[in-house]
Design a binder for this molecule. Structure first.
Ligand code: NAD
Length: 362
């Protein structure tokens, strides 16, 4: 180690801490582009990750976000069995004020210069139109609209993956994966939530739904025969499964103490307010938790399919593999008496290490 103590928060030391391979700062005064691309690990394949546009208060905040998010993409691809690495891009700016065709295309040229080691997709603050602009400068972009040959809306695939994750939990918890008569609360009935409600109702589950959008709540309740409930009452319902499909951090000390369910499985990212504290609390309380980054991997699978040229049927089949992957995680969690999120991390790390070794030999 040649860095002095004074440099412990330097960019290099942060790259060491997170285990990143490469960081690219993209600057173009002409378009106002200020972006950072982080490539975390490419052992399994090219680093894939969305590009977020956000009005970060400081460069260090943007750096921290891109390092954290890119690393989580490595784990997501690995646990899902995809041949992809983890990466992420962040553009510093307000997407409503600072976005332009030229800025997006300039960003696309930076991606082109990475020669395929980074592939991007839409994320918070970017949309399919932005991906079209990036596509004008590089082929290393996915999640473009179906009208120009892309895989389109990932939500049905994500919902299918979440549905399979829920069934895997049922199997491990009750010995069979039937949803008939099981009570489930889906919190957030947006793109993913609605598709999930449809799948659950098709298998005769008793479905409670909540959302802050009351008009939509009433519509979805009527369309699928679901029971609309007040958003905050979700944590007090007598249910088998709680499915967070809106926001992160809804599984926290307060809600864990209130929840009466046996299973938590939903699409929202970062469901545990604190991975270590709340993963352990769930284990101790005997609530089965399907790690969010595994069961919501349908969006990533959709992107992977687009790159690999798979059709919709194959894409949905890949989302169904989430069933076995979730069971494996839950079994490891039980055998080793460790939180499910920790078990998932261990499986992901082992896959990366195993593949790293075979790539080192000829
Ligand atoms: P969406 O924006 O279409 O739907 C979110 C829904 O949640 C909306 O109906 C909104 O009104 C509701 N909502 C917002 N705040 C709420 C609150 N406090 N309480 C209850 N409801 C609230 O989003 P989506 O695409 O359905 O994604 C849902 C979640 O799944 C998000 O956390 C997203 O990051 C995650 N996710 C989505 C995909 C995908 O393919 N769309 C993939 C992976 C993860």
């Amino acid at each position: 180690m040649i860095l002095s103590q004074f440099e412990e928060h330097s960019v290099f030391s942060q790259l060491d801490t997170f285990g990143h391979q490469k960081l690219v700062y993209c600057s173009d005064p002409g378009t106002g582009l200020k972006a950072i691309i982080a490539i975390h690990d490419t052992t399994l394949g090219p680093a894939l990750g969305g590009t977020r546009m956000w009005p970060y208060k400081s460069e260090s905040e943007a750096l921290h976000d891109v390092l954290r998010l890119s690393r989580s993409m490595t784990y997501k691809a690995a646990i899902t069995g995809l041949n992809l690495g983890g990466g992420k891009g962040v553009i510093i700016g307000d997407s409503r004020l600072h976005k332009s065709e030229a800025l997006m295309r300039r960003y696309g040229r930076f991606i082109e210069n990475l020669n395929g080691s980074f592939i991007t997709a839409e994320e918070v603050g970017t949309n399919p139109r932005d991906m079209e602009y990036i596509r004008m400068e590089t082929k290393y972009v996915t999640g473009v609209p179906e009208s120009i040959g892309g895989s389109g809306d990932p939500s049905p695939v994500t919902a299918r993956g979440v549905f399979m994750g829920i069934k895997a939990c049922l199997k491990e918890c009750f010995g069979n994966d039937s949803l008939a008569g099981k009570a489930i609360a889906v919190q957030g009935i947006g793109q993913v939530g609605e598709n999930l409600v449809s799948l659950l109702r098709n298998e005769n589950a008793k479905v409670y739904i909540s959302d802050i959008n009351e008009e939509r709540l009433a519509q979805i309740a009527q369309k699928y025969g679901a029971i609309a409930v007040a958003n905050n009452s979700v944590f007090d319902l007598d249910i088998d499964i709680y499915s967070p499909c809106a926001l992160g951090a809804t599984v926290n000390t307060e809600t864990i103490n209130r929840l009466k369910c046996s299973i938590i499985a939903g699409s929202a990212n970062n469901q545990l307010a604190d991975e270590v504290v709340h993963g352990k609390m769930l284990l101790e309380k005997g609530i089965m938790y399907a790690p969010d980054y595994l069961i919501n991997a349908g969006g990533l699978i959709n992107c992977y399919s687009e790159i690999a040229g798979f059709n919709k049927k194959k894409t949905f089949q890949m989302a169904e593999n989430i069933y076995e992957a979730t069971r494996k995680v839950l079994q490891k969690s039980k055998q080793e008496n460790i939180p499910a999120n920790e078990a998932a991390n261990k499986i992901a790390e082992k896959r990366i290490e195993d593949i790293r070794k075979i790539k080192a030999s000829y």
